[in-house]
Each structure stands twice: as structure tokens, then as C-alpha cells.
Design a protein around this ligand. Structure first.
Ligand SMILES: Cc1ncc(COP(=O)(O)O)c(C=O)c1O
Length: 276
């Protein structure tokens, strides 16, 4: 039985109980993070904690724990749940006595929750994706627990036997339902720049830095629908997917229809640079 954390207490996940009056449950009023743990070490946790703070600021929620307190929670989760896992953490605005859209931050205490999820070997044999119109709000830089649009985008992809939905806003790629998007064209790696319409992926920035450190040209620049369709390679990135090659887009082969040469190089570098 996995150990979870709720408001200062470690307990079996099955025993965690949350009030239906929690604003996370009623309004999706909360934010989250997913931190990969390799070899008993949190990977990229400084970036995850910084982004958590940005998400909190984005919804006017006071982060109830300091970075050191978060680290202590992570250490306990690692001790209890093992050397390889994904740590999911969630902060909601907390429990109100009555349902109502408005809140008084002085009268409400955030709910702090963390759990451990399995961290399976990512699929590196090649994914398929569809393109889809990005119908989400304009504050996607906030890692909000309001994931219904993402859930429905993914469902649409699965209904078409695809693994992910790459979303387009005004004809340009934003991100995928649960990952950031890269293309490769003529040996240049490219990903959309951070802006409020996308989540600033921790993995995205790790990949950009890793590429540049290894003399691979990598830039943040807008990707049009046509550039996506003409790409030599497409990759998706996230803490759980790492770098995943997309070999089929909207039913058509991407490049040669198999993971491309630059992906192979980056995949090798990624594995070398994570604590395994
Ligand atoms: C919508 C979205 N974009 C991007 C990412 C990638 O973020 P990270 O690399 O920090 O895991 C995720 C991760 O879950 C996501 O849900």
C-alpha cells in the first residue's frame, strides 16, 4: 500500500479522505506538480518547486510550505515508496463551510496532498498523434488541476487510435494534452517559446539545455501547422514521457515513420544525464 501525504500527515493512500466542500473538488480550484524520481533522487525539483510557486501566484494562493518543507515531504515519500516513482503533489484552496465562488483567503487553509504514482519506462518505440484546436483558457502556464479540456483532447486522440493530441491555436502549435512539442527540421530542434498559452515544461527546458550543451542547434520559435506537417521529426516531452518520438501524425508517417536520428542522439544524452 503506497504512502500518501495529507496536511502534515503521512498515511496509506486508501485512508486519505477529503471533504466534498474542498474547493479543489467543487471548483477545480488548485494547482499541482509531478516530479520524477530516479534512483531515489528527485529530478529537476528546483524547477518544479519554482513552477509550483508561479502556479500559486497565478491563482492567488499562498504556498503553505517552504521549499525545504517540500523537500522533506519528498524525502519521506521516497523512503516510503521507493527509488523510482512519480511524486504527484496538489495544493487546493481548501475547505469552505458553504459552496460559493468567492473566497476569503484569511478564512481558508490550503489542502496539501501528495501521492506516489508508478514511473513506468516511457514508450520510446514511437507514438502517434493527431492535431486538434486548442480550446483551453489563456492561462495554461498555470499547472491547474482543471484538466477537463486536456482530458477531452486526449480522449479525442484515443478515439482516433492516437496517443496524444497536439494542439493548435490560431494555426500555431501550443503543446500537447499532457506534454510539450518539439520538431526537428534540417537538424535544427525547435519548440514553441514559453508564453501564457503553454506550460513551461521542466523537461522541455532540460532538453533545450542538453541539446545546446552538446552542440545541437535548438531554439524556441513558433511552429506553424505546416511546419509541423513538414517536420523531419516530432518529439513530445514531459517528466513521465521523457523525450518521446512521434512517428505518425494524423495517420501519416513523420519522416521515415520511425524514431529519427536526432531523437536517438537526444535519447542517449537524456539517459546519460538522469540519475539512473
Ligand atoms: C499540458 C502539459 N504540457 C507540458 C507538460 C510537460 O511538463 P513537464 O516537462 O514539466 O512534465 C505537461 C506535463 O504533464 C502537461 O500536462
Amino acid at each position: 500500500m503506497k504512502t500518501a501525504y495529507l496536511d502534515g500527515v503521512f498515511l496509506p493512500l486508501e485512508e486519505v479522505k477529503i471533504s466534498p466542500l474542498d474547493r479543489g473538488f467543487l471548483f477545480g480550484d488548485g494547482v499541482y506538480e509531478v516530479i520524477p524520481v530516479y534512483n531515489a533522487q528527485c529530478f529537476g525539483n528546483a524547477g518544479h518547486l519554482k513552477r509550483l510557486q508561479q502556479s500559486c501566484d497565478g491563482i492567488a494562493l499562498k504556498n503553505p510550505l517552504s521549499d525545504d518543507q517540500w523537500q522533506a515531504v519528498f524525502q519521506q515519500m521516497i523512503a516510503a515508496n521507493g527509488a523510482r516513482q512519480l511524486i504527484y503533489l496538489q495544493l487546493t484552496r481548501g475547505i469552505q463551510t458553504q459552496r460559493g465562488h468567492s473566497f476569503d483567503a484569511t478564512q481558508i487553509k490550503p489542502t496539501i496532498f501528495a501521492m506516489s504514482m508508478p514511473f513506468r519506462e516511457p514508450n520510446h518505440s514511437g507514438l502517434s498523434a493527431i492535431t486538434s484546436i486548442d480550446n483551453r483558457w489563456h492561462d495554461c502556464y498555470i499547472k491547474s488541476i482543471n484538466l477537463l479540456p486536456n482530458v477531452l483532447q486526449l480522449r479525442k486522440a484515443h478515439a482516433q487510435d492516437a496517443d496524444e493530441a497536439i494542439m493548435l491555436r490560431d494555426g500555431f502549435v501550443t503543446e500537447a494534452a499532457a506534454s510539450n512539442v518539439f520538431i526537428v527540421k534540417n537538424d535544427i530542434v525547435q519548440t514553441p517559446p514559453d508564453n501564457p498559452n503553454i506550460l513551461p515544461g521542466i523537461t522541455k527546458h532540460f532538453i533545450l539545455n542538453l541539446a545546446r550543451d552538446n552542440n545541437i542547434t535548438a531554439k524556441e520559435a513558433a511552429i506553424s501547422k505546416q511546419m509541423l506537417a513538414d517536420a523531419d521529426e516530432i518529439w513530445l516531452s514531459s517528466s513521465s514521457k521523457e523525450i518521446a518520438p512521434v512517428i505518425n501524425l494524423n495517420g501519416k508517417a513523420v519522416g521515415l515513420g520511425k524514431p529519427g536520428p536526432l531523437w536517438q542522439t537526444m535519447q542517449h544524452l537524456y539517459q546519460q544525464n538522469t540519475p539512473k
